[in-house]
Ligand binder design. Structure first.
Ligand code: G3P
Length: 221
């Protein structure tokens, strides 16, 4: 199996903006280089282009829109690609879309050579998302997001069963899990349950020392 992906979503946290965001990106780059584990970041939109230019790590958008032309205030997939991103989250729990929009965004990502990370809230939705053949399905129980309680400990079945449901639809679709991921132990449990990596936010973005948390996250891989 290729290296698991550790994908850090900066959300709209104040701690994920400006200089602080640069420090997190820099720490991610360092830990990725030292460990060989792939660490991606999903910074805030205004940082996408500079971070893609400045850091040697995979950069993802937090959202894309399947639009082109006279649409004000939207995030076209081709703009994200032109900024240098490798992919985008789609349908994050805090940026939910309709099923038709999810399909259109996955298609827009494919057309623009972007990886698609479709977020889901349960096993059934994970299976439905897999039918669109995204690069990743990322399952996150909404009640555990930002809670500090790890999905790997509190709900390992949602990981195991999402992996099974997704692979039944397509063995090419990879699976991430997220919500409360905070340690190397969480990452190892997720990978042992069949996940291809993790999606996380607060444990890194709000940490006093993001580099130390990133080092811990990769420590058991
Ligand atoms: O996008 C990742 C996220 O929803 C999980 O958040 O803070 O529980 O790691 P958190």
């Amino acid at each position: 199996m290729s290296s698991p992906l550790i994908l850090v979503n900066f959300k709209s946290y104040r701690e994920g903006a400006g200089n602080a965001a640069g420090q997190i990106a820099s720490a991610a780059e360092l830990v990725m280089q030292e460990s060989g584990v792939t660490i991606g970041i999903a910074p805030q939109f205004v940082e996408l282009h500079p971070f893609c230019k400045h850091y040697e790590i995979p950069v993802y958008a937090q959202h894309i829109d399947a639009v082109e032309g006279a649409f004000t205030g939207r995030i076209p997939a081709f703009t994200v690609r032109a900024a240098g991103c490798v992919g985008s989250l789609i349908n994050h729990s805090e940026r939910r879309l309709t099923i038709a929009e999810i399909e259109a965004c996955v298609e827009a990502a494919k057309f623009n050579h972007l990886e698609s990370v479709v977020c889901t809230n349960n096993v059934g939705v994970s299976a439905a998302a897999a039918a669109f053949s995204p690069t990743y399905v990322a399952v996150e129980p909404p009640e555990l997001i930002g809670s500090g309680i790890s999905v790997a400990k509190a709900d390992p079945d949602i990981i195991r069963n999402s992996v099974a449901a997704v692979k039944k639809i397509s063995s090419d679709v990879k699976v991430l899990c997220g919500a409360g991921i905070q340690s190397g132990e969480c990452v190892k449990t997720a990978v042992d349950l069949g996940a291809d990596g993790v999606l996380l936010a607060s444990s890194v973005v709000k940490a006093k020392d993001p580099e130390a948390v990133l080092r811990d996250l990769v420590s058991l891989l």
